[in-house]
Design a protein around this ligand. Structure first.
Ligand code: GAL
Length: 970
């Protein structure tokens, strides 16, 4: 694993911290498994998570300062001809999309945001979405753009909005987006306003639309960015730099850089590309020239020759960095840093998957993207923690089912050493949907971790002529953008139909249908294949007997969906067949929704190897024994606290990768068996309280042990973080485990207690306990332990300090935890701007020789004789005269209307009088440019604001700066 420097501030603790990747090896969990009564989670580490290497200085996070309204806001229908005429003009959106809309009572939220994760569970809501009402929501944000950014390309990028989104900027609709799983990029440049002339972004999100049969969250749930680029700059995802090994074995990085220009003339630029080795040394470089025409794109290509690079692999994921600069007139105007890995991939019909010419069995899991407490709005650090849990199990492959993941997931897979099946959501070659596939390939084609493009999952048209034709087009599109990775899809049948899509796939994905592996291979001896999805076994974490009435599934790995099989039986069929590249267990983690085999009141799945919080089930130990090769592992199921069952037989399941295992109860040998690494070893043990221990041996030597002890009643709570240090960057997030311990300090696996907690120095952003039947809120500061465990997800505040957590439960000694908060420079965020109610749109009268009556107004429907102007539009005194009127009809925000407020003109040129509803409120006696302010009396409904302006002789007049109404200070 690479070690990366973090930006550690000077203010203190940073220097004493170990800065680098967290211990991801299984050693930690082996230790935990080995000591009786230990928490079934790794020991906390004292390392900070590293930040991804991808760098794009043209983007800044824009995640603070958003306002949110749950529910729809129906825009009033325009009343009358003139209102209709005006309503369809650019900039004139109505309702909550209007610039002037009163959002002053909306909730302040921070992105990423999944509003569904705070919803209660409702029996009549959709089962697949976890019985949560998703509904419709609105977001608004005011954005101040620095006048220094005038002339730049300005954009907004939402990495994911669930689901149907409409975006307006300054009252003009700028995007309609249909999928929660692609990013939405908006070119703000033509709409942008600068300085005190504030911009307003409005987003309506219809999350009633469903793209999946799983919990999809609701809202702007991935990162959001403000883009500011030079007029000629690199486009989003505009650098393609995926290393290739030639037939002669020599490595190169072909680089294609796509530029865009908003300039008014053709511009010549130089593209300079360097390759940096992991130690930062430049190992290759080249330049190319490009000319970009106004409002066009151009692509510069070049090739870097790289002698003997170090390989990227799962065990040693070495990353180089491609640094691209754009130079205009010799000055750098844009830059990207993109990690790349030197590795070869190949799927072979007999040998399966080969990475760097070596066979690697895909030990994979399918993942949805939600977690307890936070839903789909998963902070980057939590994504990393989830991958660490999988790495600890020996997992080496991720299938992003059934949609493109957050970009950060792939960055982490590159860094941590996972290979990825990157999956497209909709099987449809029509332009809107093809665009989603093409977006995914363009965004993800530089990642060494990505080894397969999956075009679909289980499509009923897979055995039809139309399905074949659809797939041909989609596979062609993927190959056109990336000639190095095979295209696959997850088929669930039709494998032997006379017409079926397997003929088009480069690698055939089998969902289930394990009994057909051999027949398919015999009939298609040159076609590579993998299990794309398998298992679908059920387990409730910490439960060791099924109880259908209570919707509880035994964790002995004995229950599975009729189309799947147990973890052990499934892996056996894959492990035994070299021609099956590997498997992807359904699923790595539990997820909200799809509570198969149950329905209400069960709200989340049973399929996970780990539960919704990432607490391990028995399946975790099973896969660890299957998948970890280089370190001896052994585990014992179940725990050993069964009061009342004395003398009754308890089935003990031992999973190990050693040669022999010996089981002991209270020091007495119960039995010894040769290890069955895949199916495990079972012992029937008459229960007696005490200590049960398993010893794993290789060559007669003890190589690993695991034990459980019968524990006493819970007497105290305990808080265990994943890390004892967090980055004080207002972003770092980690799960903290709450458990109960007995008088000897041992974990009590049977505790089901209500707990409450509080935290200083961090925010609680979600809670969970992995119980698929719990309807407790996933927000707030309370959660019951479920079979001994609960989880609090905390997000660190900013700066050097301490995070202090405490937890209480009735009758138990409380727990206290102190976490070090290190001084880490936060990622830059676009500052929040909360303006008052801006008055932006004015009607300006013709010029008059004498002071006009302030009551003068154009008649309704006259859209021609008075100009439509915005503030900031000065006029020169006309020959007709020096006087003009400015009129605006405005409905003040509710509070301003009810209580009154202030109306403020930042800058007026000329003498002026301010009239509101026929009353003169203030005047400006001097003709020189200056502000004007007045108290605005309370009053409901539409208000008529009139400014009478008299220019100085031959002078300029008009409303030069912003105009805003503000509520009275409280
Ligand atoms: C598969 C499907 C998954 C999930 C799973 C449950 O057929 O691809 O999305 O629904 O079944 O067993």
């Amino acid at each position: 694993m690479n070690r990366r420097e973090l930006l550690v501030g000077t203010a203190g603790a940073g220097a004493s911290l170990v800065v680098g990747p967290i211990e991801t090896g299984f050693a930690a969990s082996v230790k935990a498994q080995g000591s009786a009564g230990a928490l079934p989670m790794p020991q906390p580490s004292r390392t900070l998570p590293t930040r991804a290497l991808v760098q794009d200085p043209s983007r800044t996070l824009i995640e603070r300062g958003w306002l949110f309204h749950e529910g729809d806001v129906i825009a009033p229908a325009p009343d009358g001809h003139n209102a209709t005429y005006l309503s369809v003009k650019a900039g004139n959106a109505l309702g909550a999309a209007a610039m002037a809309y009163d959002d002053s009572d909306w909730q302040s939220v921070r992105l990423p945001h999944d509003w569904a994760s705070a919803q209660p569970f409702v029996k009549t809501a959709n089962i697949s979405q976890g019985y949560r009402v998703r509904g419709i929501g609105w977001y608004r944000r005011t954005l101040r753009l620095d006048p220094a950014d005038r002339g730049k390309t300005i954009g907004l990028q939402f990495d994911g909005i669930a689901t149907n989104a409409t975006v307006w900027v300054n009252g003009s609709v700028v995007a309609h987006n249909w999928s929660a799983y692609n990013s939405v990029e908006i070119d703000l440049t033509p709409f942008a306003r600068f300085g005190d002339d504030l911009n307003v972004i409005a987003v309506r999100v219809d999350a009633q639309a469903m793209e999946g049969w799983w919990y999809e969250g609701a809202g702007i749930y991935r990162h959001a960015w403000l883009i500011r680029r030079a007029p000629v700059a690199i486009m989003t995802d505009g650098v393609h730099c995926d290393p290739r090994r030639g037939a002669d074995g020599a490595w190169s990085v072909p680089v294609a850089v796509t530029l865009s220009s908003i300039d008014r003339a053709a511009v010549g630029v130089t593209v300079d590309v360097a390759l940096l080795a992991p130690d930062g040394k430049r190992v290759a470089g080249a330049q190319a020239a490009a000319t970009v025409l106004p409002l066009e794109h151009a692509t510069a290509t070049l090739t870097l020759a790289v002698p003997a690079p170090r390989a990227w692999s799962i065990e040693t994921p070495t990353l180089y960095t491609v640094v691209t600069h754009v130079l205009r007139d010799g000055a750098i105007v844009d830059e990207r840093r993109i990690p790349v890995g030197f590795r070869t991939i190949r799927f072979d019909a007999d040998k399966g998957f080969l990475l760097n010419d070596k066979s690697v069995k895909l030990k994979g899991v399918c993942l949805h993207q939600d977690h307890a407490g936070v839903g789909t709005a998963i902070p980057d650090a939590l994504l990393r923690w989830r991958l660490e849990r999988l790495k600890a199990m020996g997992c080496n492959a991720i299938r992003c089912s059934h949609n493109a993941p957050a970009a950060e997931l792939l960055d982490l897979c590159d860094e941590m050493g996972f290979v990825v099946m990157d999956e497209n959501r909709q099987f449809n070659p029509a332009p809107d949907y093809m665009a989603q596939l093409e977006w995914m390939v363009r965004r993800d084609r530089n990642h060494p971790s990505v080894i397969l493009w999956s075009v679909f999952n289980e499509e009923p048209m897979q055995g039809t002529e139309a399905g074949v034709e659809m797939l041909r087009r989609m596979a062609h599109a993927a190959h056109a953008l990336d000639d190095s990775r095979p295209v696959t899809g997850a088929m669930n049948g039709a494998f032997f139909d006379p017409i079926n899509v397997s003929s088009i796939f480069d690698v055939v994905g089998f969902n289930y249908y394990q009994g057909d592996y051999d027949r398919f291979h015999q009939l298609n001896p040159t076609k590579p294949m993998t299990s794309s999805e398998d298992t679908s076994a059920y387990e409730t974490r910490g439960a060791f007997a099924s109880n259908p009435a209570a919707h509880v599934q035994s964790s002995y790995d004995v229950e599975a969906a009729s189309w799947g099989d147990t973890h052990r039986a499934t892996w056996k069929k894959i492990a035994d067949r070299p021609f099956v590249a590997g498997g992807f267990v359904w699923t790595g983690f539990d997820y909200h929704g799809e509570p198969t085999p149950h329905e209400w009141p069960t709200i989340s799945s049973f399929f996970g190897i780990l539960d919704l919080c990432g607490f391990p089930k028995t399946a975790f130990d099973i896969h660890r024994a299957h998948w970890v090769d280089d370190v001896p592992v052994v585990s014992l199921t179940p725990h050993w606290t069964w009061p009342g069952r004395e003398g009754q037989p308890v089935v003990v399941l031992v999973m190990s990768n050693a040669e022999r295992v010996e089981l002991r109860l209270n020091g007495r040998k119960i039995g010894e068996q040769a290890v069955d690494r895949i199916m495990g070893n079972e012992f029937s043990v008459p229960y007696a309280a005490g200590r049960i221990e398993v010893v794993a041996m290789r060559g007669g030597k003890v190589v690993a042990t695991a034990a459980h002890e019968t524990v006493g009643k819970p007497v105290a709570l305990r808080l265990t973080p994943a890390r004892t240090v967090m980055a004080g960057d207002d972003e770092d997030t980690q799960p903290v485990t709450i458990d109960a311990i007995d008088a000897a300090g041992r974990h009590v696996p049977t505790a089901n207690l209500p707990t409450r907690f509080s935290v200083d120095g961090a925010a609680i952003i979600g809670v969970g306990n992995g119980d698929p039947n719990s309807h407790e809120s996933e927000k707030g500061n309370a959660r019951s332990l479920f079979n001994g465990l609960a989880q609090v997800i905390v997000q660190a505040g900013a700066g050097r300090g301490w995070i202090v957590m405490s937890a209480t439960a009735p009758g138990l000694k409380p727990a206290r935890l102190v976490i070090d908060r290190a001084a880490i420079v936060p990622r830059t965020q676009v500052p929040a701007t909360y303006g008052g109610q801006a008055i932006r749109e004015w009607r300006r009268s013709p010029a008059f020789a004498a002071r006009p009556d302030p009551a003068l107004a154009p008649i309704d429907g006259d859209n021609n004789s008075w100009a439509f102007v915005r503030s900031g539009t000065p006029v020169q005194a006309a020959a007709e005269g020096r006087w003009r009127l400015y009129r605006a009809s405005v409905t003040p925000w509710r509070r301003i209307g009810a209580e009154g407020g202030t109306i403020r003109f930042a800058s007026i040129a000329g003498k002026a009088e301010l009239w509101v509803d026929g009353r003169r409120l203030a005047s400006k006696a001097g003709a020189e440019t200056g502000p004007l302010e007045a108290a605005l009396p309370a009053g409901s409904g539409v208000r008529q604001i009139v400014l009478v302006v008299e220019a100085a002789a031959d002078g300029v007049s008009g409303i030069l700066g912003g105009v805003a109404m503000e509520p009275l200070a409280r």
